[in-house]
Design a protein around this ligand. Structure first.
Ligand SMILES: *Cc1c(COP(=O)(O)O)cnc(C)c1O
Length: 398
């Protein structure tokens, strides 16, 4: 019996993709095997994270890396590292930053709900630029000089949210930041694939980059990756790992934590609540190998065939289907279904509501409902679910 049914729940058809709300990406067999294997033995977590550090560094072309409890946790830990470094007093004080720089500069147009992750470390934002294009009051994006003008004695660093069309250019912003001795932390949580971004984003020189482990990498949903400068990763690790040891015995791997930089052993840090289990670290590393090696490309034809079969099933329905080709060859296509709201008798929101309320419950992408469009992301579907999905869509759209 389904574990969820035994809890009184009805499993859904997830046509939305890797979203956190619905449980994230499907983990491949090899990832699940790693999770199970890791549960049968024990290793000190700092040694495991040091091994992860090596593997992440290799996969991302950075000096060091850490497995975190999601990209949001990576942003909190990365910010904590920027604020406190290896200063034990500051590590102890966070999230209170009295007496040391704690301002993070961020473009208004890049602000979003994940900003809590940065603020939770104790940072305060200094906003620059405007969102003039969205407010229909201008034509320009945030510009480099605006960041430069905002730098002051309390500036601790710069935060940047990466998107394919982000402005200003990240490499140019990093150059400016470094010329003023400031680090840049990048939210690249959902920027994979293209898998080239694993290396291309850190190659801009950004000091810290956060990726989700539970999206396209297809590790456990609760994992993420923080990668970048050894110095900052070391501080992030210190503030996340359990610190309940004696200084005389404490022997963390130097590649992850450089003990000689510290004049004592810190207490549990700000990130202690973001702990990652050994099983999750092991599973994420296997998923990262699969993702980085291109192993997931094999599945693209199967995912495409799901979309084709839905288009065929809806040929007579009150809708227009359009397959949206992916922006990079290692990404999968999406299906957009424009609802003929007049013929169906209600709007796309209502169609979406009815799909969720039906049996089995069906969740389609809801980012374009205001335009009357349902989006199907095939990543979390199998063949049987695709048939059920097509038949539920046909019922609601006929
Ligand atoms: C998904 C996402 C996050 C959070 O990632 P988690 O791994 O779920 O913590 C942060 N920022 C952006 C832009 C995202 O898309």
């Amino acid at each position: 019996m389904s574990i969820y049914r035994s809890l009184g729940l009805e499993p859904i058809i997830n046509a939305t993709g890797t979203v956190t709300r619905l449980g994230g990406a499907p983990m491949p067999e090899k990832v699940l095997d790693a999770f199970r294997d890791a549960a049968s033995e024990w290793v000190p977590l700092e040694q495991l994270q040091a091994a992860a550090c090596r593997k992440i560094a290799e996969a991302t072309g950075t000096e060091a890396g850490l497995v975190t409890a999601g990209a949001a946790a990576a942003l909190t830990l990365g910010t904590a590292a920027i604020l406190a470094g290896h200063d034990l007093g500051r590590i102890e004080k966070l999230p209170h930053c009295d007496g040391f720089p704690s301002e993070i500069i961020i473009a208004r147009e890049q602000r979003c709900g994940y900003d809590h992750a940065i603020l939770a470390a104790g940072a305060r934002f200094v906003e620059v630029g405007f969102n003039e294009i969205v407010s229909n009051a201008g034509v320009r994006r945030t510009e480099l000089w605006e960041y430069e003008a905002a730098i002051g004695p309390n500036t601790a660093g710069i935060a940047y949210r990466h998107a394919a069309d982000s402005q200003p250019d990240l490499a140019a912003l990093v150059e400016l930041a470094h010329s003023r001795g400031l680090p840049v932390i990048v939210d690249a949580a959902g920027e994979l694939p293209p898998r080239g971004n694993l290396k291309a984003i850190p190659a801009t020189g950004a000091d810290l980059v956060a990726f989700s482990g539970g999206k396209a990498i297809r590790g456990p949903q609760s994992t993420g990756i923080l990668c970048g400068s050894r110095e900052l990763i070391s501080s992030a690790a210190l503030q996340m790992l359990d610190m309940d040891d004696h200084l005389e015995l404490w022997d963390p791997p130097t590649e992850l934590i450089d003990r000689s930089r510290l004049n004592g052993i810190p207490r549990h840090g700000l990130g202690r609540g973001f702990k990652v289990a050994k099983e999750e670290v092991a599973a994420l590393l296997v998923a990262l190998d699969l993702f980085a090696s291109g192993a997931y490309d094999e599945e693209l034809p199967r995912l495409r065939s799901y979309l084709d079969s839905i288009v065929e099933a809806l040929s007579d329905a009150h809708c227009e289907c359009a397959i949206k080709e992916p922006a990079s060859p290692d990404r999968w296509a999406l299906l957009e279904i424009a609802v003929d709201e007049a013929s169906v008798g209600h709007d796309a929101f209502e169609v979406c509501r009815r799909l969720r309320a039906g049996s089995p419950p069906v969740y389609v992408g809801h980012g374009k409902l205001a335009e009357g469009v349902l989006v199907v992301n095939p990543l979390c579907l199998d063949e049987a679910q695709t048939k059920q999905l097509a038949s539920r869509l046909k019922e609601e759209l006929s």
